[in-house]
Ligand binder design. Structure first.
Ligand code: SF4
Ligand code: SF4
Length: 365
């Protein structure tokens, strides 16, 4: 293991110093609620970063654990009166940890899988082989993402089915991992930028003018992170934004539904109303908001690499979110990660269902 250097953290040294230690972030941080220690809280993580920057702290196991139990939900940034860029600080701190060899075994495996197989799960088949639809020239491209291709398959299957039912002339794309998981973990930026370039080149070569995505994590990457590193010569829409522009005629259904805003679609990318517009188009379905919705929505616990490295903490956060939706028969969301983690949070309960909005719409179209 090489010596520890704060190469990346140096870029946010001033931001670290802006934290007044007021503790306002304590009221919202999901990892703090699940773990109960101040070190597993936004403020605690800034103190740890400060200690690493000054050299007073060494990156021992407890520092690594506290940095990697953050889901990168960004609720603390919304709450912070000093507008500290907390997620940036945490992710740059992670990048320094990874650079010096302090990477969790699960995370190393995930990143090595991406480098070797182009997906974090180590699946041998490519996305297009798995989806079974070869790319072609078209103005609309569909980017499935690894999780919806290999794990939460209903999301990709439903999205493809919806596009076909609407008569859209679309293409799949010869995609590789969007890079989100590597970026959240703090992997070397040059490998992430290489993935970005491969994806953008593959999509642009098909003549795609609008890319639609059903995964909140991939969407955030294309919408917010890719333009910082590469030219993105096409429009980027989440499937909910695309469908909100269509004249959907949906069959009726009964029950009470609520909507869980994925952090990467909501707080990170500002998409709040389109999913609600689509849900409102379902005749007969009663819609009720959870107390914490839109920009103040609570995290599902599945992001930031927490699910793979700290499944117990991740499940505890998911259970809290499920309890907040106790009145609902259907907890609708728009991210395969959220579907999978919230389903775990059901703990086998059968009185309610977590469902991706794409799956719901496909069944009613
Ligand atoms: S991003 Fe979310 S989990 Fe991470 S420190 Fe902020 S509130 Fe806590
Ligand atoms: S709310 Fe902002 S300023 Fe206050 S302790 Fe948290 S990160 Fe620091």
């Amino acid at each position: 293991m090489s010596g520890f250097e704060t190469v990346n953290l140096e870029a946010v040294r001033n931001a670290v110093n802006v934290c007044t230690m007021c503790g306002f972030c304590k009221s919202v941080c999901p990892s703090f609620k699940a773990i109960g220690w101040d070190s597993a809280l936004s403020r605690g993580r800034i103190i740890l970063s400060y200690g690493l920057l000054t050299g007073d702290l060494r990156p021992d196991d407890s520092v690594v654990e506290n940095m990697y139990t953050c889901t990168t939900c960004a609720d603390c940034e919304r709450r912070c009166p000093s507008k500290v860029k907390i997620v940036d600080i945490i992710e740059l701190c992670r990048a320094d940890l990874v650079k010096s060899g302090h990477i969790l075994p699960k995370h190393r495996q995930v990143c090595e899988n991406v480098l070797k197989h182009n997906n974090p799960f180590g699946e041998e088949k490519s996305v297009v082989e798995t989806l079974g639809i070869q790319p072609k020239k078209a103005k609309i491209g569909y980017f499935a993402g690894c999780t919806a291709t290999y794990r939460s398959k209903k999301t990709s299957q439903a999205s493809l089915s919806i596009l076909k039912k609407l008569g859209v002339d679309f293409t799949t794309v010869d995609e590789v991992c969007c890079g989100s998981v590597m970026q959240r973990i703090g992997w070397d930026e040059k490998d992430i930028v290489a993935l970005m370039k491969r994806n953008v080149d593959a999509i642009a070569s098909l003549g795609v003018e609008t890319l639609v995505l059903s995964c909140a994590g991939c969407y955030r990457m294309f919408k917010k992170e890719y333009p910082k590193h590469v030219d993105v010569p096409f429009r980027v829409l989440h499937m909910t934004e695309f469908l909100a522009e269509q004249d959907l005629k949906l069959k009726p259904m009964e029950g009470v539904a609520t909507y869980h805003d994925p952090c990467h679609l909501g707080r990170h990318a500002g998409v709040y109303e389109e999913p609600r517009k689509i849900i409102a188009a379902i005749p007969g379905l009663e819609f009720r908001e959870m107390e914490f919705n839109r920009s103040v929505a609570h995290c599902c616990g599945g992001g930031g690499g927490v699910r793979s490295a700290y499944p117990d903490e991740s499940a505890a956060i998911a259970r809290t979110r499920i309890e907040e939706a106790d009145f609902a028969d259907y907890i609708i969301t728009t991210c395969p990660f959220c579907v999978s983690n919230l389903t775990l949070g059901l703990d086998g309960r059968t009185d309610k269902k977590v469902v991706d909005l794409m799956e719901l719409v496909d069944g009613l179209l």
